[in-house]
Design a protein around this ligand. Structure first.
Ligand SMILES: Nc1ncnc2c1ncn2[C@@H]1O[C@H](COP(=O)(O)OP(=O)(O)OP(=O)(O)O)[C@@H](O)[C@H]1O
Ligand SMILES: [Mg+2]
Length: 664
């Protein structure tokens, strides 16, 4: 059988034949006897690519470091949509494979020859000055190239890029179609470029001695993603990446209840445990939703407490919590996988944080031996408030094994963990789709010496697709709840504490039902509703009698509804005001434009006799541009206002360049 090389790349810088649209005999001669699947002919402006089998030709501009597969004609798209970047996405059901293919077409592919020459000229200038206004150069040489498109697709949750370059397509996890293979093949250049950018961004190494690197990238206005890179010798074929997009806003329990990740009883139980400062770990396999769950539970801590967060890569949307008024102190520590670096080692970070006084402690991920310090601190009672974190493991025993056997925490210390919550992705019957669910809530019992004992409080029932309470939880057997009861005023018995959980759960349910749109399930509303709940609970004391409970329920509903009504009204008014402002601005702009265009050019350029009078009417170009750029630095501008200012800058530049021409 004939041997075909996957890709042959030829440097055709000196050859005129590169501009022909077919593969000439001379080209064939030049390539020689080599057989190829894909032939790439390169010069300094573009790369021409021939796909032998499918007899297709593609031309890629010089600045692109990925290549695209064509969608076979017979494969019809199941869904097509456009991104704000101008890219077109087609999702096709694979014929030979289960799953879907994500075909992307980006506008860069359609640049004309003239545009390409202009970009090249601009690029030559850029190489000397490192400054450019050209959007393609910005995107591909200063930004993240193809990731600037992929990460801006709101439906893309995860991108996996495997080496070697040019041979393996990128894969994504899509919100609606789960795992999809894409038509995008990264080149070696792309893989290397991304590694360099990550090293610069994080200040951390990625090399043979340190072949793993975790970092963060951001594209556009605020889309952030976590990147895990592995290099040789971990990764045999070269550097590979797994990129996970963060939700820009925190997840909330009502959002999780709406998408069935969990239910009101779980929300009630966790709300109670957090109110009483207990310790819990959210555990699950990779990408199961551990951190998202932890982030939603953080909102259940009342803002009056100080919260310390320790993460080696920032995953929790810290700024969002801060905006909501949480007293939050984020500490960034050196990755457990990193031997040396500028950042604090985890144990020093933790010791420092413990000295900062009584606070809640949220640990991004417990994955290093320094877990010992944390457990020691919890055991001696240094943390009297909520301590929570995530662990990579898929069962309560697995968490014990990881913490005690892998991370060296003494068995006795492990008992200070009160609850373990297991999250996982549950497959559909065909195995093709997966949904994230909380599948187990377990308490760590305290009466054991060698082997740990656990007691389930809630277990996922796959038939009902629901997390159900166990008999032990409902019938007075939970040791954790008994402990809380013993240390709290106001509970007459176990029934009262269950009633407390149910009331908290009911409040979350009421939130989901009364919310007038999905926006009202977001963090700001949860924080407000939690404060409302705590205040009314304190004031009315609903556990004292049925009558008081009814009074509490009615009061909570009334206030929550009033809050949602007022918010909806306010947002409607804001929207209306924004629309009016936009209309007004557009009208004003039109008017200015009209006036400028109606005046004779000499009026502005000083060609006419009335030179001084005209310059008084319109400031010189540098004057106006300086004013605009001063405005642009103002921090209070909205994105839309920034866009308008950019537009005006361009507009005035255009106007003055016309005057200049006239002048000359
Ligand atoms: N219930 C849910 N429904 C839909 N998407 C979810 C849900 N929970 C989490 N996600 C999304 O799933 C992705 C993975 O979540 P997350 O980062 O919390 O997982 P993880 O278990 O902490 O992963 P890792 O093991 O890498 O730390 C994120 O994009 C997150 O927004
Ligand atoms: Mg995580």
């Amino acid at each position: 059988m004939e041997e075909y090389e996957d890709i042959i790349t030829k440097d055709c810088e000196e050859c005129e034949k590169i501009s022909s649209s077919t593969l000439s005999d001379e080209c064939i001669n030049c390539i020689g006897a080599k057989k190829f699947k894909i032939l790439r002919l390169k010069n300094d402006l573009f790369t021409k690519e021939y796909d032998r089998k499918r007899r297709l030709l593609a031309v890629l501009p010089f600045f692109m470091d990925v290549r695209f597969d064509h969608r076979p004609e017979k494969l019809k798209p199941k869904e097509t949509y456009f991104l704000t970047t101008g890219a077109r996405v087609e999702i096709c059901e694979s014929k030979d494979d289960v799953g879907f293919t994500y075909f992307m077409k980006i506008p860069e592919i359609n640049v004309t020859f003239q545009e390409l020459m202009d970009i090249k000229k601009e690029f030559e200038k850029f190489k000397e000055t490192n400054i450019t206004e050209n959007e393609y150069i910005k995107k591909w040489f200063l930004g993240y190239g193809i990731l600037e498109h992929l990460l801006r697709d709101p439906k893309v949750l995860e991108i996996n890029i495997n080496p070697p370059g040019n041979k393996t397509p990128m894969r994504i996890v899509h919100a609606d179609y789960d795992e999809c293979v894409t038509n995008i093949y990264p080149s070696e250049d792309f893989l290397n470029y991304l590694a360099t950018r990550l090293k610069i961004n994080t200040g951390r190494p990625l090399n043979k001695a340190q072949p793993q690197l975790d970092g963060e990238i951001s594209v556009g206005k605020g889309t952030k993603a976590r990147v895990a890179a592995i290099a040789d010798p971990f990764s045999v074929f070269g550097t590979g990446y797994s990129i996970r997009k963060h939700r820009e806003r925190p997840w909330t329990l009502p959002l999780f209840m709406k998408n069935k990740m969990t239910n009101s009883l779980f929300a009630g139980l966790m709300s109670l445990c957090i109110a009483h400062g207990r310790t819990f770990l959210s555990a699950g396999p990779r990408g199961s939703g551990k951190t998202s769950l932890l982030g939603s539970l953080l909102l259940e801590i009342l803002p009056k407490y100080r919260i310390l967060t320790i993460e080696d890569t920032q995953e929790l949307p810290i700024n969002a919590y801060k905006k909501l008024g949480y007293d939050l102190l984020p500490l960034k520590v050196r990755s457990a996988l990193l031997k040396e670096g500028m950042e604090l080692p985890f144990d020093t970070g933790l010791r420092t944080s413990l000295r900062l006084g009584d606070s809640c402690l949220i640990i991004g991920e417990i994955r290093s031996k320094e877990a010992k310090v944390l457990y020691e601190a919890m055991r001696v009672g240094a943390m009297s408030n909520v301590v929570a974190g995530t662990v990579h493991s898929d069962s309560p025993y697995g968490v014990y094994d990881r913490v005690v056997n892998d991370l060296d925490v003494p068995k006795g210390s492990f008992k200070v963990t009160d609850l373990i919550i297991i999250v996982n992705q549950i497959k559909s019957t065909t195995g093709l789709t997966r949904k994230r669910r909380i599948i187990q809530v377990t308490e760590v019992l305290k009466d054991w010496q060698d082997e740990p004992k656990f007691q389930d409080l809630m277990i996922y029932d796959p038939k009902r697709d629901e997390l159900r309470p166990t008999k032990e939880l409902l019938n007075g057997k939970s040791i954790l709840l008994k402990q809380i009861m013993e240390r709290t005023r106001g509970y007459k018995g176990y029934k009262d504490i269950i009633r407390d959980i149910q009331l908290r759960g009911w409040a979350k349910e009421a939130h989901v039902k009364l919310a007038q749109d999905d926006e009202q399930l977001e963090a700001p509303y949860i924080a407000k509703a939690n404060i409302l709940f705590a205040k009314l609970f304190e004031h009315i004391k609903p556990l004292e009698s049925k009558k008081k409970e009814r009074e509490f329920v009615l009061a909570f509903q009334k206030h929550l509804k009033a809050m949602f009504d007022a918010d909806t009204k306010l947002r409607k008014q804001q929207k209306k005001a924004e629309q009016q402002l936009k209309k007004q601005q557009e009208a004003e702009e039109k008017e200015i434009k009209k006036r400028i265009e109606q005046k004779p050019l000499s009026d502005y350029t000083g060609i006419s006799a009335s030179k001084s009078a005209s310059s008084a009417r319109l400031p010189d170009s540098t004057g106006i541009l300086a004013q605009i750029s001063a405005l642009q630095t103002s921090s209070s501008l909205t994105d839309r206002m920034m866009d308008r200012l950019e537009y005006l800058t361009e507009y005035f530049k255009g106007v003055w360049s016309r005057f200049k021409t006239k002048d000359e």
